[in-house]
Design a protein around this ligand. Structure first.
Ligand code: OXD
Ligand code: MN
Length: 592
Protein backbone atom coordinates (compact mmCIF):
# COMPACT_ATOMS: atom_id res chain seq x y z
CA UNK A 1 0.00 0.00 0.00
CA UNK A 2 1.24 3.51 -0.81
CA UNK A 3 2.38 5.64 2.11
CA UNK A 4 0.64 8.96 2.68
CA UNK A 5 3.57 10.79 1.07
CA UNK A 6 3.28 8.71 -2.09
CA UNK A 7 -0.44 9.05 -2.45
CA UNK A 8 -1.49 11.41 -5.23
CA UNK A 9 -2.87 14.67 -3.92
CA UNK A 10 -6.65 14.71 -4.19
CA UNK A 11 -7.22 17.78 -6.37
CA UNK A 12 -10.97 17.52 -5.96
CA UNK A 13 -10.56 18.63 -2.34
CA UNK A 14 -9.26 22.06 -3.41
CA UNK A 15 -12.44 23.74 -4.58
CA UNK A 16 -15.89 22.82 -3.38
CA UNK A 17 -17.52 24.81 -6.18
CA UNK A 18 -15.64 22.93 -8.86
CA UNK A 19 -16.26 19.57 -7.18
CA UNK A 20 -19.99 20.23 -6.94
CA UNK A 21 -20.14 21.13 -10.63
CA UNK A 22 -18.06 18.08 -11.62
CA UNK A 23 -20.48 15.87 -9.66
CA UNK A 24 -23.48 17.41 -11.45
CA UNK A 25 -21.87 16.98 -14.87
CA UNK A 26 -20.84 13.39 -14.08
CA UNK A 27 -24.42 12.58 -13.06
CA UNK A 28 -25.59 13.98 -16.38
CA UNK A 29 -22.92 12.55 -18.69
CA UNK A 30 -22.27 9.20 -16.91
CA UNK A 31 -18.50 8.81 -17.53
CA UNK A 32 -16.68 5.57 -16.75
CA UNK A 33 -13.93 7.48 -14.91
CA UNK A 34 -13.07 10.99 -13.74
CA UNK A 35 -9.54 12.39 -14.07
CA UNK A 36 -8.59 15.66 -12.40
CA UNK A 37 -5.72 17.15 -14.41
CA UNK A 38 -2.74 18.36 -12.37
CA UNK A 39 -0.97 19.81 -15.43
CA UNK A 40 2.29 17.94 -14.77
CA UNK A 41 4.67 16.82 -17.50
CA UNK A 42 4.22 13.25 -16.23
CA UNK A 43 0.48 13.51 -16.81
CA UNK A 44 1.05 14.94 -20.30
CA UNK A 45 3.41 12.06 -21.15
CA UNK A 46 1.02 9.43 -19.83
CA UNK A 47 -1.90 10.85 -21.84
CA UNK A 48 0.27 11.07 -24.94
CA UNK A 49 1.30 7.41 -24.55
CA UNK A 50 -2.31 6.32 -24.04
CA UNK A 51 -3.41 8.17 -27.19
CA UNK A 52 -0.55 6.61 -29.16
CA UNK A 53 -1.53 3.18 -27.89
CA UNK A 54 -5.10 3.50 -29.10
CA UNK A 55 -3.88 5.06 -32.39
CA UNK A 56 -5.54 8.45 -31.90
CA UNK A 57 -2.10 10.07 -31.92
CA UNK A 58 0.58 8.98 -34.38
CA UNK A 59 4.23 9.49 -33.46
CA UNK A 60 6.05 11.36 -36.23
CA UNK A 61 9.71 10.71 -37.08
CA UNK A 62 11.32 11.09 -33.65
CA UNK A 63 14.84 11.64 -34.96
CA UNK A 64 13.91 14.54 -37.28
CA UNK A 65 10.95 15.82 -35.23
CA UNK A 66 11.46 14.82 -31.59
CA UNK A 67 8.35 14.98 -29.44
CA UNK A 68 6.09 15.59 -32.47
CA UNK A 69 2.79 13.80 -33.00
CA UNK A 70 0.06 13.78 -35.61
CA UNK A 71 -3.63 13.86 -34.85
CA UNK A 72 -6.19 13.32 -37.60
CA UNK A 73 -9.56 14.84 -36.89
CA UNK A 74 -12.82 13.66 -38.39
CA UNK A 75 -12.91 14.99 -42.00
CA UNK A 76 -16.13 16.87 -41.25
CA UNK A 77 -14.58 18.56 -38.22
CA UNK A 78 -11.72 20.75 -39.36
CA UNK A 79 -12.69 24.34 -38.61
CA UNK A 80 -14.64 26.72 -36.40
CA UNK A 81 -18.35 26.58 -37.08
CA UNK A 82 -19.64 30.14 -36.89
CA UNK A 83 -23.14 29.19 -38.06
CA UNK A 84 -23.43 26.77 -35.10
CA UNK A 85 -21.96 29.19 -32.55
CA UNK A 86 -24.45 31.05 -30.36
CA UNK A 87 -24.41 33.77 -27.74
CA UNK A 88 -27.28 33.01 -25.34
CA UNK A 89 -28.26 36.15 -23.45
CA UNK A 90 -31.65 36.79 -21.81
CA UNK A 91 -32.34 39.55 -24.33
CA UNK A 92 -31.51 39.06 -28.01
CA UNK A 93 -30.47 42.70 -28.34
CA UNK A 94 -27.58 42.11 -25.91
CA UNK A 95 -26.05 39.52 -28.24
CA UNK A 96 -26.59 41.96 -31.12
CA UNK A 97 -26.93 41.48 -34.87
CA UNK A 98 -23.28 40.39 -34.93
CA UNK A 99 -24.09 37.07 -33.17
CA UNK A 100 -26.39 34.11 -33.61
CA UNK A 101 -28.67 34.14 -30.59
CA UNK A 102 -30.75 31.65 -28.66
CA UNK A 103 -32.54 32.27 -25.34
CA UNK A 104 -30.68 30.59 -22.44
CA UNK A 105 -33.49 28.23 -21.35
CA UNK A 106 -34.05 26.48 -24.71
CA UNK A 107 -30.30 26.53 -25.35
CA UNK A 108 -29.65 24.73 -22.06
CA UNK A 109 -32.45 22.26 -22.80
CA UNK A 110 -30.98 21.51 -26.21
CA UNK A 111 -27.46 21.04 -24.86
CA UNK A 112 -28.56 19.04 -21.79
CA UNK A 113 -30.30 16.63 -24.11
CA UNK A 114 -27.09 16.17 -26.10
CA UNK A 115 -24.88 15.80 -23.01
CA UNK A 116 -27.17 13.24 -21.32
CA UNK A 117 -25.14 10.02 -21.00
CA UNK A 118 -22.68 11.15 -23.69
CA UNK A 119 -19.56 10.14 -21.71
CA UNK A 120 -20.62 6.53 -21.07
CA UNK A 121 -17.54 4.33 -21.34
CA UNK A 122 -15.29 7.39 -21.56
CA UNK A 123 -13.13 9.36 -19.15
CA UNK A 124 -14.28 12.77 -17.97
CA UNK A 125 -11.27 15.08 -17.64
CA UNK A 126 -11.43 18.07 -15.31
CA UNK A 127 -9.10 20.72 -16.75
CA UNK A 128 -8.53 23.74 -14.49
CA UNK A 129 -6.76 26.50 -16.39
CA UNK A 130 -5.63 30.07 -16.03
CA UNK A 131 -5.74 32.47 -19.00
CA UNK A 132 -2.74 34.73 -18.48
CA UNK A 133 0.27 34.50 -16.15
CA UNK A 134 -0.73 32.55 -13.06
CA UNK A 135 0.15 35.46 -10.74
CA UNK A 136 -1.31 38.29 -12.84
CA UNK A 137 -4.25 40.32 -11.53
CA UNK A 138 -5.36 40.56 -15.18
CA UNK A 139 -5.65 36.77 -15.62
CA UNK A 140 -8.95 34.92 -15.40
CA UNK A 141 -9.52 31.24 -14.68
CA UNK A 142 -11.79 28.58 -15.99
CA UNK A 143 -12.42 24.86 -15.79
CA UNK A 144 -13.06 22.82 -18.89
CA UNK A 145 -14.71 19.46 -18.51
CA UNK A 146 -14.02 17.36 -21.58
CA UNK A 147 -14.07 13.74 -22.70
CA UNK A 148 -11.19 14.27 -25.13
CA UNK A 149 -7.60 13.54 -24.06
CA UNK A 150 -6.46 15.38 -27.23
CA UNK A 151 -8.17 18.50 -25.88
CA UNK A 152 -6.38 18.03 -22.53
CA UNK A 153 -2.98 17.88 -24.28
CA UNK A 154 -3.78 21.02 -26.27
CA UNK A 155 -5.06 22.86 -23.20
CA UNK A 156 -1.82 22.02 -21.37
CA UNK A 157 0.15 23.71 -24.18
CA UNK A 158 -2.21 26.63 -24.76
CA UNK A 159 -2.94 27.62 -21.14
CA UNK A 160 -1.47 27.55 -17.65
CA UNK A 161 -3.28 24.35 -16.79
CA UNK A 162 -3.47 22.22 -13.68
CA UNK A 163 -3.06 22.44 -9.94
CA UNK A 164 -1.85 26.07 -9.70
CA UNK A 165 -4.91 27.20 -11.67
CA UNK A 166 -7.21 25.21 -9.39
CA UNK A 167 -5.57 26.75 -6.35
CA UNK A 168 -6.23 30.20 -7.79
CA UNK A 169 -9.85 29.25 -8.51
CA UNK A 170 -10.21 28.08 -4.90
CA UNK A 171 -8.90 31.47 -3.72
CA UNK A 172 -11.04 33.53 -6.08
CA UNK A 173 -14.10 31.26 -6.03
CA UNK A 174 -15.06 32.39 -9.51
CA UNK A 175 -14.33 30.61 -12.76
CA UNK A 176 -15.73 30.15 -16.25
CA UNK A 177 -17.45 26.78 -16.63
CA UNK A 178 -16.78 25.12 -19.97
CA UNK A 179 -18.40 21.81 -20.74
CA UNK A 180 -17.22 19.96 -23.82
CA UNK A 181 -17.86 16.59 -25.41
CA UNK A 182 -16.80 15.45 -28.85
CA UNK A 183 -20.10 13.52 -28.88
CA UNK A 184 -20.58 11.46 -32.02
CA UNK A 185 -19.11 14.20 -34.28
CA UNK A 186 -22.37 14.36 -36.17
CA UNK A 187 -22.44 17.87 -37.72
CA UNK A 188 -26.24 17.86 -37.18
CA UNK A 189 -25.62 17.59 -33.46
CA UNK A 190 -22.83 20.17 -33.15
CA UNK A 191 -23.34 23.42 -31.21
CA UNK A 192 -21.08 25.89 -29.45
CA UNK A 193 -23.17 27.85 -26.94
CA UNK A 194 -22.02 30.73 -24.79
CA UNK A 195 -23.89 31.97 -21.72
CA UNK A 196 -22.01 35.17 -20.84
CA UNK A 197 -24.45 36.13 -18.07
CA UNK A 198 -23.62 32.81 -16.37
CA UNK A 199 -19.92 32.78 -17.37
CA UNK A 200 -20.40 29.38 -18.97
CA UNK A 201 -19.87 27.57 -22.26
CA UNK A 202 -21.33 24.34 -23.62
CA UNK A 203 -19.70 22.83 -26.69
CA UNK A 204 -20.85 19.55 -28.21
CA UNK A 205 -19.99 17.51 -31.28
CA UNK A 206 -16.62 18.91 -32.36
CA UNK A 207 -13.03 18.11 -31.46
CA UNK A 208 -11.60 20.97 -33.54
CA UNK A 209 -9.46 23.49 -31.62
CA UNK A 210 -11.51 26.66 -31.94
CA UNK A 211 -14.65 24.75 -30.93
CA UNK A 212 -13.12 22.45 -28.33
CA UNK A 213 -10.21 24.24 -26.63
CA UNK A 214 -12.64 26.33 -24.64
CA UNK A 215 -9.97 28.56 -23.11
CA UNK A 216 -9.24 30.13 -26.50
CA UNK A 217 -11.96 31.74 -28.62
CA UNK A 218 -14.88 30.77 -26.35
CA UNK A 219 -13.44 31.99 -23.04
CA UNK A 220 -10.58 34.37 -23.89
CA UNK A 221 -12.65 36.29 -26.47
CA UNK A 222 -16.43 35.71 -26.31
CA UNK A 223 -16.88 35.35 -22.54
CA UNK A 224 -13.88 37.55 -21.67
CA UNK A 225 -15.13 40.41 -23.86
CA UNK A 226 -18.31 40.36 -21.75
CA UNK A 227 -16.33 40.21 -18.48
CA UNK A 228 -14.04 42.95 -19.77
CA UNK A 229 -16.93 45.31 -20.41
CA UNK A 230 -18.22 44.80 -16.87
CA UNK A 231 -14.74 45.27 -15.39
CA UNK A 232 -13.40 48.10 -17.58
CA UNK A 233 -10.87 46.38 -19.86
CA UNK A 234 -10.75 44.97 -23.41
CA UNK A 235 -10.45 41.36 -24.65
CA UNK A 236 -9.27 41.55 -28.26
CA UNK A 237 -8.32 39.37 -31.24
CA UNK A 238 -4.84 40.91 -31.39
CA UNK A 239 -1.23 39.83 -31.56
CA UNK A 240 1.21 41.59 -29.24
CA UNK A 241 4.70 42.28 -30.53
CA UNK A 242 7.70 44.13 -29.08
CA UNK A 243 9.91 45.99 -31.55
CA UNK A 244 13.43 46.79 -30.39
CA UNK A 245 15.47 49.43 -32.22
CA UNK A 246 19.28 49.41 -32.41
CA UNK A 247 19.36 51.73 -29.37
CA UNK A 248 17.70 48.97 -27.32
CA UNK A 249 14.36 50.77 -26.92
CA UNK A 250 11.34 48.43 -27.15
CA UNK A 251 7.86 49.52 -28.21
CA UNK A 252 4.91 47.15 -27.95
CA UNK A 253 2.17 47.06 -30.58
CA UNK A 254 -1.19 45.28 -30.39
CA UNK A 255 -2.46 44.40 -33.87
CA UNK A 256 -5.86 43.11 -35.02
CA UNK A 257 -6.29 41.47 -38.43
CA UNK A 258 -9.00 39.22 -39.82
CA UNK A 259 -7.90 35.72 -40.79
CA UNK A 260 -5.48 35.23 -43.71
CA UNK A 261 -3.79 38.60 -43.18
CA UNK A 262 -0.49 37.32 -41.72
CA UNK A 263 -1.01 37.83 -37.98
CA UNK A 264 1.35 35.06 -36.84
CA UNK A 265 3.98 36.24 -39.36
CA UNK A 266 3.81 39.79 -38.01
CA UNK A 267 4.03 38.58 -34.40
CA UNK A 268 7.28 36.76 -35.26
CA UNK A 269 8.65 39.06 -37.97
CA UNK A 270 12.31 38.69 -38.99
CA UNK A 271 13.87 42.14 -39.52
CA UNK A 272 15.34 42.49 -43.02
CA UNK A 273 19.12 42.45 -43.40
CA UNK A 274 18.90 46.15 -44.23
CA UNK A 275 17.70 46.81 -40.63
CA UNK A 276 20.75 45.71 -38.58
CA UNK A 277 20.35 45.85 -34.81
CA UNK A 278 16.54 45.57 -34.82
CA UNK A 279 14.89 42.75 -32.87
CA UNK A 280 11.37 41.42 -32.55
CA UNK A 281 9.88 40.00 -29.36
CA UNK A 282 6.67 37.99 -29.55
CA UNK A 283 4.32 38.41 -26.60
CA UNK A 284 1.28 36.84 -28.28
CA UNK A 285 0.03 35.83 -31.72
CA UNK A 286 -3.76 35.81 -31.39
CA UNK A 287 -5.36 37.34 -28.29
CA UNK A 288 -4.64 40.40 -26.14
CA UNK A 289 -6.26 41.45 -22.89
CA UNK A 290 -5.79 45.20 -22.51
CA UNK A 291 -6.03 47.00 -19.18
CA UNK A 292 -5.85 50.73 -18.42
CA UNK A 293 -2.92 51.27 -16.06
CA UNK A 294 -2.58 53.70 -13.16
CA UNK A 295 -0.20 55.78 -15.32
CA UNK A 296 -2.88 56.35 -17.99
CA UNK A 297 -1.32 53.90 -20.45
CA UNK A 298 -2.81 50.68 -21.76
CA UNK A 299 -1.16 47.40 -20.70
CA UNK A 300 -1.50 44.06 -22.49
CA UNK A 301 -1.17 40.45 -21.48
CA UNK A 302 -1.42 37.45 -23.74
CA UNK A 303 -3.87 35.10 -22.02
CA UNK A 304 -2.43 32.11 -23.88
CA UNK A 305 0.83 30.22 -23.41
CA UNK A 306 0.98 28.47 -26.78
CA UNK A 307 0.27 28.88 -30.47
CA UNK A 308 -2.48 27.11 -32.37
CA UNK A 309 -1.32 28.19 -35.80
CA UNK A 310 -2.16 27.40 -39.40
CA UNK A 311 0.54 25.10 -40.82
CA UNK A 312 0.33 25.38 -44.64
CA UNK A 313 2.60 28.07 -46.00
CA UNK A 314 4.91 27.99 -42.96
CA UNK A 315 8.54 27.67 -44.00
CA UNK A 316 11.97 29.10 -43.25
CA UNK A 317 11.32 32.02 -45.64
CA UNK A 318 7.74 33.03 -44.74
CA UNK A 319 8.12 32.65 -40.97
CA UNK A 320 11.49 31.37 -39.83
CA UNK A 321 10.63 31.72 -36.16
CA UNK A 322 7.42 29.70 -36.46
CA UNK A 323 9.22 27.13 -38.60
CA UNK A 324 11.96 26.69 -35.99
CA UNK A 325 9.40 26.64 -33.19
CA UNK A 326 7.58 23.62 -34.62
CA UNK A 327 10.61 21.40 -35.20
CA UNK A 328 10.06 19.63 -31.86
CA UNK A 329 7.43 18.96 -29.17
CA UNK A 330 4.54 19.92 -31.42
CA UNK A 331 1.11 18.41 -31.97
CA UNK A 332 0.26 18.57 -35.66
CA UNK A 333 -3.39 18.25 -36.58
CA UNK A 334 -4.34 17.17 -40.12
CA UNK A 335 -1.00 17.51 -41.90
CA UNK A 336 0.31 14.99 -44.45
CA UNK A 337 3.32 12.70 -43.89
CA UNK A 338 6.36 11.71 -45.95
CA UNK A 339 7.63 8.15 -46.47
CA UNK A 340 9.91 8.49 -43.45
CA UNK A 341 7.06 9.86 -41.34
CA UNK A 342 7.96 13.52 -41.27
CA UNK A 343 5.12 16.03 -41.21
CA UNK A 344 4.48 17.62 -44.61
CA UNK A 345 2.35 20.49 -45.85
CA UNK A 346 1.95 22.71 -48.88
CA UNK A 347 4.60 25.43 -48.83
CA UNK A 348 7.49 23.21 -47.70
CA UNK A 349 10.31 23.42 -50.23
CA UNK A 350 11.39 19.78 -49.66
CA UNK A 351 9.87 16.38 -48.99
CA UNK A 352 7.17 14.41 -50.76
CA UNK A 353 3.86 13.49 -49.14
CA UNK A 354 2.93 9.81 -49.25
CA UNK A 355 -0.18 10.00 -47.06
CA UNK A 356 -2.58 12.93 -47.00
CA UNK A 357 -4.23 14.48 -43.95
CA UNK A 358 -6.90 11.79 -43.91
CA UNK A 359 -4.28 9.02 -44.00
CA UNK A 360 -5.08 8.10 -47.63
CA UNK A 361 -2.25 7.47 -50.11
CA UNK A 362 -1.50 10.94 -51.41
CA UNK A 363 -3.18 11.72 -54.72
CA UNK A 364 -3.31 15.31 -55.99
CA UNK A 365 -6.80 14.54 -57.36
CA UNK A 366 -8.06 14.49 -53.75
CA UNK A 367 -6.92 18.06 -53.15
CA UNK A 368 -4.10 19.38 -50.97
CA UNK A 369 -2.03 16.88 -49.01
CA UNK A 370 -2.39 18.85 -45.78
CA UNK A 371 -5.82 20.15 -44.80
CA UNK A 372 -5.75 23.92 -45.59
CA UNK A 373 -6.68 24.62 -41.96
CA UNK A 374 -4.22 22.08 -40.52
CA UNK A 375 -2.68 23.32 -37.31
CA UNK A 376 0.31 23.18 -35.02
CA UNK A 377 -0.05 23.35 -31.26
CA UNK A 378 3.20 24.36 -29.62
CA UNK A 379 4.44 26.05 -26.47
CA UNK A 380 5.16 29.76 -27.01
CA UNK A 381 8.43 29.39 -25.11
CA UNK A 382 9.88 27.42 -28.02
CA UNK A 383 9.69 30.49 -30.25
CA UNK A 384 13.19 31.98 -30.76
CA UNK A 385 11.59 35.47 -30.54
CA UNK A 386 9.63 34.68 -27.34
CA UNK A 387 9.46 37.73 -25.09
CA UNK A 388 10.24 37.04 -21.45
CA UNK A 389 7.65 39.74 -20.68
CA UNK A 390 4.99 37.33 -21.98
CA UNK A 391 4.96 36.14 -18.37
CA UNK A 392 5.01 39.57 -16.75
CA UNK A 393 2.04 39.85 -14.38
CA UNK A 394 1.54 43.53 -15.23
CA UNK A 395 1.73 43.01 -19.00
CA UNK A 396 3.52 45.28 -21.47
CA UNK A 397 2.69 48.94 -22.19
CA UNK A 398 1.13 49.40 -25.62
CA UNK A 399 2.43 52.26 -27.78
CA UNK A 400 0.19 51.61 -30.79
CA UNK A 401 -2.89 49.68 -31.78
CA UNK A 402 -2.79 48.59 -35.41
CA UNK A 403 -5.82 47.44 -37.36
CA UNK A 404 -5.53 45.92 -40.81
CA UNK A 405 -7.30 44.07 -43.55
CA UNK A 406 -6.70 42.61 -46.97
CA UNK A 407 -7.71 45.33 -49.43
CA UNK A 408 -6.59 45.38 -53.06
CA UNK A 409 -7.45 49.08 -53.25
CA UNK A 410 -8.94 51.85 -51.09
CA UNK A 411 -6.87 51.42 -47.93
CA UNK A 412 -3.35 52.89 -48.18
CA UNK A 413 -0.28 51.12 -46.86
CA UNK A 414 -0.64 52.89 -43.52
CA UNK A 415 -2.50 55.76 -41.91
CA UNK A 416 -2.96 57.05 -38.40
CA UNK A 417 -6.25 57.90 -36.75
CA UNK A 418 -6.67 61.47 -35.57
CA UNK A 419 -7.70 60.51 -32.04
CA UNK A 420 -8.83 57.51 -29.97
CA UNK A 421 -12.47 58.07 -30.98
CA UNK A 422 -11.50 58.30 -34.66
CA UNK A 423 -9.46 55.11 -34.11
CA UNK A 424 -12.59 53.37 -32.87
CA UNK A 425 -14.24 54.29 -36.20
CA UNK A 426 -11.17 53.00 -38.07
CA UNK A 427 -11.42 49.71 -36.12
CA UNK A 428 -15.18 49.48 -36.64
CA UNK A 429 -14.55 49.90 -40.38
CA UNK A 430 -12.07 47.01 -40.66
CA UNK A 431 -12.87 44.85 -43.65
CA UNK A 432 -11.06 42.20 -45.61
CA UNK A 433 -11.46 40.83 -49.10
CA UNK A 434 -12.05 37.14 -49.66
CA UNK A 435 -9.18 35.37 -51.40
CA UNK A 436 -9.00 33.26 -54.56
CA UNK A 437 -9.67 30.16 -52.47
CA UNK A 438 -13.39 30.94 -52.56
CA UNK A 439 -14.57 30.53 -56.18
CA UNK A 440 -16.72 33.41 -57.43
CA UNK A 441 -16.08 35.44 -54.32
CA UNK A 442 -12.69 36.95 -54.99
CA UNK A 443 -12.40 40.49 -53.75
CA UNK A 444 -15.70 40.55 -51.88
CA UNK A 445 -15.39 42.93 -48.96
CA UNK A 446 -16.45 41.41 -45.65
CA UNK A 447 -16.85 43.76 -42.69
CA UNK A 448 -14.99 42.45 -39.65
CA UNK A 449 -14.90 45.24 -37.04
CA UNK A 450 -11.73 45.09 -34.94
CA UNK A 451 -11.31 41.56 -36.48
CA UNK A 452 -13.84 40.53 -33.79
CA UNK A 453 -16.87 39.64 -35.91
CA UNK A 454 -16.79 35.95 -34.93
CA UNK A 455 -15.59 36.62 -31.39
CA UNK A 456 -17.35 39.56 -29.71
CA UNK A 457 -19.59 38.05 -27.02
CA UNK A 458 -22.08 40.91 -27.12
CA UNK A 459 -23.68 43.61 -29.25
CA UNK A 460 -21.10 45.50 -31.32
CA UNK A 461 -22.92 48.76 -30.57
CA UNK A 462 -22.23 48.27 -26.84
CA UNK A 463 -18.74 47.08 -27.66
CA UNK A 464 -17.89 50.34 -29.45
CA UNK A 465 -19.33 52.34 -26.53
CA UNK A 466 -17.05 50.36 -24.26
CA UNK A 467 -14.02 51.06 -26.48
CA UNK A 468 -14.86 54.78 -26.33
CA UNK A 469 -15.16 54.60 -22.52
CA UNK A 470 -11.83 52.83 -22.14
CA UNK A 471 -10.22 55.58 -24.25
CA UNK A 472 -11.65 58.23 -21.92
CA UNK A 473 -9.80 56.57 -19.01
CA UNK A 474 -6.41 56.80 -20.73
CA UNK A 475 -4.37 59.96 -20.31
CA UNK A 476 -1.63 58.47 -22.53
CA UNK A 477 -3.57 56.23 -24.91
CA UNK A 478 -1.88 54.20 -27.64
CA UNK A 479 -2.03 55.84 -31.06
CA UNK A 480 -4.28 53.96 -33.47
CA UNK A 481 -3.22 53.01 -37.01
CA UNK A 482 -4.51 51.05 -39.99
CA UNK A 483 -2.25 49.09 -42.34
CA UNK A 484 -2.83 47.27 -45.62
CA UNK A 485 -0.03 44.99 -46.83
CA UNK A 486 -2.17 43.76 -49.74
CA UNK A 487 -2.71 46.71 -52.06
CA UNK A 488 -2.39 45.74 -55.75
CA UNK A 489 -1.56 47.54 -58.97
CA UNK A 490 -3.90 47.57 -62.00
CA UNK A 491 -2.42 44.24 -63.14
CA UNK A 492 -3.26 42.60 -59.78
CA UNK A 493 0.36 42.53 -58.56
CA UNK A 494 1.04 43.23 -54.89
CA UNK A 495 2.61 46.66 -54.54
CA UNK A 496 4.27 45.99 -51.19
CA UNK A 497 6.74 43.13 -50.50
CA UNK A 498 5.38 42.51 -46.99
CA UNK A 499 7.00 40.11 -44.47
CA UNK A 500 10.22 41.60 -42.98
CA UNK A 501 9.79 44.83 -44.93
CA UNK A 502 6.68 45.56 -42.87
CA UNK A 503 9.18 46.74 -40.27
CA UNK A 504 9.63 49.88 -42.40
CA UNK A 505 5.99 50.74 -41.73
CA UNK A 506 6.15 49.69 -38.08
CA UNK A 507 9.17 51.91 -37.48
CA UNK A 508 7.24 54.90 -38.91
CA UNK A 509 4.37 53.98 -36.58
CA UNK A 510 6.72 53.92 -33.60
CA UNK A 511 8.28 57.24 -34.60
CA UNK A 512 4.78 58.75 -34.86
CA UNK A 513 4.08 57.53 -31.32
CA UNK A 514 7.29 59.23 -30.21
CA UNK A 515 6.26 62.43 -32.03
CA UNK A 516 9.31 62.12 -34.27
CA UNK A 517 7.99 61.23 -37.74
CA UNK A 518 6.37 63.58 -40.22
CA UNK A 519 2.94 62.95 -41.76
CA UNK A 520 0.44 64.51 -44.13
CA UNK A 521 -2.95 65.47 -42.76
CA UNK A 522 -5.53 63.86 -45.11
CA UNK A 523 -9.29 63.35 -45.03
CA UNK A 524 -8.87 59.80 -43.66
CA UNK A 525 -6.09 60.51 -41.15
CA UNK A 526 -2.33 61.07 -41.06
CA UNK A 527 -0.28 59.44 -43.81
CA UNK A 528 3.45 59.37 -44.38
CA UNK A 529 4.71 61.12 -47.49
CA UNK A 530 6.85 58.69 -49.52
CA UNK A 531 9.99 60.28 -48.07
CA UNK A 532 8.79 59.78 -44.50
CA UNK A 533 9.14 56.00 -44.80
CA UNK A 534 12.53 54.32 -44.58
CA UNK A 535 12.85 52.84 -48.06
CA UNK A 536 16.63 52.38 -48.25
CA UNK A 537 17.55 49.20 -50.16
CA UNK A 538 13.86 48.47 -50.67
CA UNK A 539 13.17 46.38 -53.75
CA UNK A 540 9.96 47.91 -55.07
CA UNK A 541 8.61 49.03 -58.46
CA UNK A 542 9.10 52.70 -59.42
CA UNK A 543 6.09 54.75 -58.35
CA UNK A 544 4.80 51.96 -56.08
CA UNK A 545 5.36 53.88 -52.86
CA UNK A 546 3.41 56.85 -54.23
CA UNK A 547 0.57 54.55 -55.26
CA UNK A 548 0.58 52.76 -51.89
CA UNK A 549 0.16 56.09 -50.16
CA UNK A 550 -2.59 57.62 -52.27
CA UNK A 551 -6.06 58.27 -50.92
CA UNK A 552 -8.68 58.13 -53.64
CA UNK A 553 -11.49 60.38 -52.38
CA UNK A 554 -14.17 58.78 -54.58
CA UNK A 555 -13.34 55.29 -53.34
CA UNK A 556 -13.23 56.56 -49.77
CA UNK A 557 -16.63 58.24 -50.07
CA UNK A 558 -18.03 54.84 -51.15
CA UNK A 559 -16.12 53.17 -48.32
CA UNK A 560 -17.57 55.56 -45.74
CA UNK A 561 -21.07 54.98 -47.12
CA UNK A 562 -20.49 51.21 -46.81
CA UNK A 563 -19.28 51.61 -43.23
CA UNK A 564 -22.29 53.84 -42.47
CA UNK A 565 -24.73 51.24 -43.82
CA UNK A 566 -23.04 48.57 -41.73
CA UNK A 567 -23.14 50.68 -38.56
CA UNK A 568 -26.84 51.50 -39.04
CA UNK A 569 -27.88 47.91 -38.25
CA UNK A 570 -26.86 48.52 -34.63
CA UNK A 571 -29.61 51.14 -34.33
CA UNK A 572 -30.07 52.65 -30.90
CA UNK A 573 -27.07 50.73 -29.52
CA UNK A 574 -24.71 52.61 -31.84
CA UNK A 575 -22.90 55.23 -29.73
CA UNK A 576 -23.54 58.82 -30.67
CA UNK A 577 -19.79 59.58 -30.50
CA UNK A 578 -19.14 56.96 -33.18
CA UNK A 579 -21.90 58.35 -35.39
CA UNK A 580 -20.33 61.79 -34.95
CA UNK A 581 -16.91 60.44 -35.96
CA UNK A 582 -18.48 58.85 -39.02
CA UNK A 583 -20.23 62.09 -39.97
CA UNK A 584 -16.99 64.04 -39.45
CA UNK A 585 -15.17 61.60 -41.76
CA UNK A 586 -17.84 62.09 -44.43
CA UNK A 587 -17.63 65.87 -44.06
CA UNK A 588 -13.84 65.82 -44.45
CA UNK A 589 -14.18 63.75 -47.62
CA UNK A 590 -16.73 66.23 -49.04
CA UNK A 591 -14.08 68.93 -48.90
CA UNK A 592 -11.56 66.99 -51.00
C1 OXD B 1 -7.78 31.35 -35.20
C2 OXD B 1 -8.82 32.10 -35.92
O1 OXD B 1 -7.77 30.11 -35.25
O2 OXD B 1 -8.82 33.33 -35.81
O3 OXD B 1 -6.95 31.99 -34.53
O4 OXD B 1 -9.67 31.48 -36.58
MN1 MN C 1 -7.46 34.04 -34.31
Amino acid sequence: MATAAQQPFDLSSLSRDVTTWVREVAAQTQPAAIHWCDGSDAEFGALERALVQNKELLPLNQSTNPGCYLYRSHPSDVARVEHLTFVCTQHEIDAGPNNHWMAPAPAHRKMDELFRGCMRGRTLYVVPYCMGPIDSPFSRCGVEITDSAYVVLNMKIMTRMGRAALERIARESTFVKGLHSTGDLNPERRFIMHFPEELSIKSFGSGYGGNALLGKKCHALRIASWQARAEGWLAEHMLIVGIQNPQGEIHYLACAFPSACGKTNLAMLIPPATFPGWKIWTVGDDIAWLHPGADGRLYAINPESGYFGVVPGTNAKTNRNAFETIQRDTIFTNVAVTADNQPWWEGLPAGVPVADWQGRPYDAKNGPAAQPNSRFTVAARQNPSYSTLADAPGGVPISAIVFGGRRRSVAPLVYQARSWAHGVLVGAGVASETTAAAVGEVGVVRRDPMAMKPFAGYNFGDYWSHWLNVGRKLSAPPQIFHVNWFRQDAAGKFLWPGFGDNLRVLSWIIDRCKGKAAARDTAIGYLPAPDDLDTHALDIAPGAIEELLTVNADLWRDEMNGIGAYLQQFGARLPKALQDEHQAAIDRLKKV
